[in-house]
Design a protein around this ligand. Structure first.
Ligand code: DQA
Length: 146
């Protein structure tokens, strides 16, 4: 079965009451449930990681080589700072989709730069939980095209 790894970066464990103006009111658990429901419909398996630690995210991406078909990642604040996550994504050569709940181009200037973007297949930004659900649909298409 097609296997998709969904990685949530730092502070996304606080969703629900974290800056709901940008991130909505769904908790991370509710978002994961919606992803799981769609995965079932699309006949693929999803695994989740949330971490506030850059090194853990780098380790998990590295360990995914040969085990995962597509990675969906919301690198959160690491989007704008992490050469290590970008290099991990480039290194494993697993098709990766970058997602953001908010539109990172319509906020503070520092958010408009993603260090991860050049290493990924594509990016979906600004659609709340739908950013993840769209990414999952794209992931399944990418696997079929392989
Ligand atoms: C975010 C956008 C980032 O700039 C921010 O640091 C986050 C969440 C988003 O999903 O919109 O934590 O990745």
């Amino acid at each position: 079965m097609k296997k998709i790894l969904v990685i949530h970066g730092p502070n996304l464990n606080l969703l629900g009451d974290r800056e709901s103006k940008f991130y909505g009111t769904n908790t991370l658990e509710e978002i994961n449930q919606q992803i799981k429901k769609l995965a079932k419909e699309l006949d693929c398996k999803v695994e989740f990681l949330q971490s506030n630690h850059e090194g853990i995210i780098v380790d998990v991406i590295g360990a995914s080589k040969g085990k995962v078909d597509v990675i969906i990642i919301n690198p959160a604040a690491f989007t704008h700072t992490s050469v290590a996550i970008r290099d991990a994504v480039s290194g494993v050569k697993i098709p990766t989709i970058e997602v953001h709940l908010s539109n990172i181009y319509s906020r503070e200037e520092f958010r408009a730069k993603s260090l991860i973007a050049p290493a990924v297949k594509g990016q979906i930004s600004g659609f709340g939980v739908n950013s993840y659900l769209l990414a999952l649909r794209v992931a399944v298409t990418l696997i079929k095209e392989k």
